[in-house]
Ligand binder design. Structure first.
Ligand code: SF4
Length: 267
């Protein structure tokens, strides 16, 4: 089995949802504008580091979806997202706080790590470079609201960054958050992951993969804050046996689990 951070976190959120997704092949349809926007935008950020015009690159990528019937949030549209993306890219270039040496080797890096029982863990790291002159691994995020910055050190508890630190052995990590709002903002958040956190994450991966392989897929259902995972779960239709919800949100691709590690590319 090949595991990824997406798989481990999905199992921890709800083992039943994991089974639907990874064993039965029920995948969420790519109909959320924000998700596709994020993919196009991050490709444009990568294009910037290889010397291309990133706003032009972004326009070309996003233009493909101009007439796609996406689900847009209230007040959003294809045009609005285009303008937000362009403003954020222009600001990112002006800020000029990130350096990536040898971008072909240091962008979208595939990292693997062997697990017990012949399993493997795979992760795709957005970038390894320098933020304000200090070497770190970097993850890009696009969002509509700012990430919480206090109390100090909060970011070091982010499981995805801990995962990337574990698989690369790099302690210094950074999240570059592109906030899509009226006045676009970019947060450059830094953290240090300790050796103890990396070891603990490694144990979490081993215990979770052992549970998957022993066939434990009981639902962790919840509809009330903070345990309200069912409310936004793409598999809600399956749990409620609601055919309309299933057809609107899901597509079934049996056997897709061979390519599950590709999830990391869209995180
Ligand atoms: S709807 Fe709730 S119980 Fe069902 S898979 Fe999703 S999170 Fe789990």
């Amino acid at each position: 089995m090949v595991y990824s951070h997406t798989q481990i976190s999905q199992y921890l959120r709800c083992p039943r949802s994991y089974r639907y997704r990874y064993l039965d092949g029920w995948r969420e349809k790519d109909i959320r504008a924000a998700m596709i926007f994020g993919r196009c935008f991050e490709n444009a950020v990568g294009a910037y580091f290889v010397g291309k015009d990133c706003t032009e690159f972004f326009f070309k990528e996003w233009q493909v979806y101009r007439d796609t019937p996406f689900q847009y949030r209230k007040g959003e549209s294809w045009d609005r997202l285009l303008h937000q993306g362009v403003h954020l890219l222009e600001k990112f270039v002006r800020d000029d706080r990130i350096r990536i040496r040898s971008p072909k080797e240091n962008l979208q890096l595939k990292k693997t790590r062997p697990l017990s029982a012949g399993n493997e863990f795979v992760a795709f790291i957005d970038a390894i470079g320098k933020l304000d002159g200090k070497r770190c691994l970097i993850d890009w995020k696009t969002t509509t609201s700012r990430y919480t910055e206090s109390p100090e050190g909060l970011l070091s508890l982010d499981p995805q960054l801990t995962c990337y630190s574990w698989i690369t052995g790099i302690a210094d990590v950074a999240l570059v958050v592109f906030v899509r709002k009226h006045r676009p903002e970019i947060q450059y958040l830094k953290a240090t992951i300790s050796e103890g956190q990396r070891q603990s994450f490694g144990r979490l991966v081993e215990t979770t993969s052992a549970q998957v392989e022993s066939g434990h897929f009981e639902p962790h259902s919840g509809i009330r804050f903070p345990q309200n995972g069912c409310v936004s779960c793409p598999h809600l239709g399956l749990c409620l046996n609601n055919q309309h919800l299933i057809e609107s949100n899901l597509i079934r691709r049996p056997g897709a689990s061979d390519l599950d590690w590709l999830d990391e590319l869209v995180d």
